[in-house]
Design a protein around this ligand. Structure first.
Ligand code: SF4
Ligand code: SF4
Length: 380
């Protein structure tokens, strides 16, 4: 039986969130597994330097409430992430400060992770990479909590609990793995492999302020007002994406996890508030909405050729660019270079991963779908 909790939470007022987070955790299996002095790692989504009100990163009040719960139970709590860009102490310091994780740690008694070491792990059960690098702070913990944010995502359509765990891969090594696994299917299997290796003990999704459209960093903020939690990350994602009206078959991590028998929708038991009266409008999907789901409808000999031509690609808006170079450093295919302080992309080698779009702090990269794609797929 999979237990998922869904609670209404109209805003980020701390006492309100704390009450809900504590209730969600009491309902979960982890509250029965933890022990005194257990090392808990709260893996927040700290994609980049952003104010919590921008709805890009997990809200600090949610992380603070999680930390307080475990600290009250006698555990030792570390908050962290390996965001986009280099995994260095300086970079972490800036991100913790912008995302207000320093406040969450100070107020709860948790510590922020500054251990930037990482190790190669063997993951024999994986369907893609059989070994990969993981940050040591995660490997050294007894329990991992995925504290995610409900957002749309350029490559994976949706990001929640499972995609959040890509942040256990250190810094720019993420780009290497992206480049090894360029198709949506391969990359989604890799995300599932990471999730299966880490086996998060609890997943909680901040769905108070969410993001729709061209997420995960440059989409539109949308207030939904829910907190979703679950012992099984796929089940928590299934319910969160269902609430956002994003069909699971358009989300590669969910459709492939289903084919790998990692969750069973029929056995999910939902606890909490009845959210049926909330009139949550379907989320607007990213321009790039992946097209893998139609690939089985295309004859084999045409598949690769057509999919490449139907895929959305990034478009750089030089007028908005602040010449930070993040897109260059984070492009797995290394097809962006700076010329006269402006990024120039060679789209022939572009793998449509949208890492550039994800890390751009100036919203200077748009996602453009070819006209052929709009006609062929009848997607507006
Ligand atoms: S240009 Fe952007 S979308 Fe294309 S491979 Fe590089 S990071 Fe990915
Ligand atoms: S396009 Fe965005 S990420 Fe790239 S250099 Fe300009 S501002 Fe930075």
């Amino acid at each position: 039986m999979g237990k998922v909790s869904v609670y209404k939470c109209s805003d980020y007022e701390y006492e309100k969130i704390k009450h809900i987070v504590f209730k969600s955790l009491e309902y979960s299996e982890i509250s029965r597994k933890i022990f005194k002095n257990a090392k808990i790692f709260i893996k927040a989504n700290l994609l980049m330097k952003k104010d919590p009100e921008d709805a890009v990163t997990t809200h600090p009040n949610l992380v603070r409430a999680l930390s307080e719960f475990f600290i009250e139970k006698g555990c030792i709590v570390t908050i962290g992430d390996s965001p986009a860009g280099p995994f260095t102490e300086n970079a972490l310091k800036g991100i913790y400060s912008s995302c207000k994780m320093d406040e969450a740690a100070n107020l709860s008694g948790a510590v922020l992770n500054y251990n930037i070491t990482h190790s190669e792990v063997k993951a024999e059960e994986s369907l893609r990479l059989k070994s990969f690098r993981v940050i040591n702070a995660i490997l050294e913990s007894d329990f991992v909590i995925s504290a995610a944010k409900l957002k749309t995502h350029g490559m994976m359509t949706y990001t929640g609990g499972v995609k959040n765990l890509f942040g256990v891969i250190p810094g720019l090594i993420k780009a290497e793995y992206h480049f090894k696994l360029t198709s949506e299917e391969n990359f989604a299997h890799h995300l599932i492999d990471i999730c299966e290796f880490i086996k998060p003990d609890y997943t909680i999704i901040d769905a108070i302020d969410c993001m729709e459209g061209n997420g995960p960093s440059n989409g539109k903020k949308r207030r939904v007002g829910l907190i979703i939690g679950g012992d099984n990350p796929h089940e928590a994602d299934y319910i969160a994406s269902h609430i956002a009206s994003i069909p699971f078959y358009k989300i590669p991590t969910l459709s492939l996890a289903k084919s790998r028998n990692l969750y069973d929708v029929s056995s999910i038991v939902i606890e909490g508030d009845d959210y049926g009266d909330m009139d949550i409008k379907p989320f607007t999907l990213p321009e790039s909405t992946n097209i893998t789901f139609i690939s089985d409808k295309i004859p084999g000999f045409l598949r690769e050729y057509l999919i490449d031509r139907l895929k959305a690609k990034p478009k750089f808006i030089h007028q908005k660019c602040i010449s930070c170079g993040h897109c260059v450093r984070n492009c797995p295919a290394k097809v962006i270079k700076m010329e006269n302080k402006l990024p120039i992309v060679d789209l022939k080698g572009c793998i449509s991963c949208f890492c550039c779009h994800e890390v751009c702090p100036a919203d200077a990269i748009e996602i453009k779908r070819p006209i052929l794609s709009k006609l062929f797929l009848k997607i507006k």
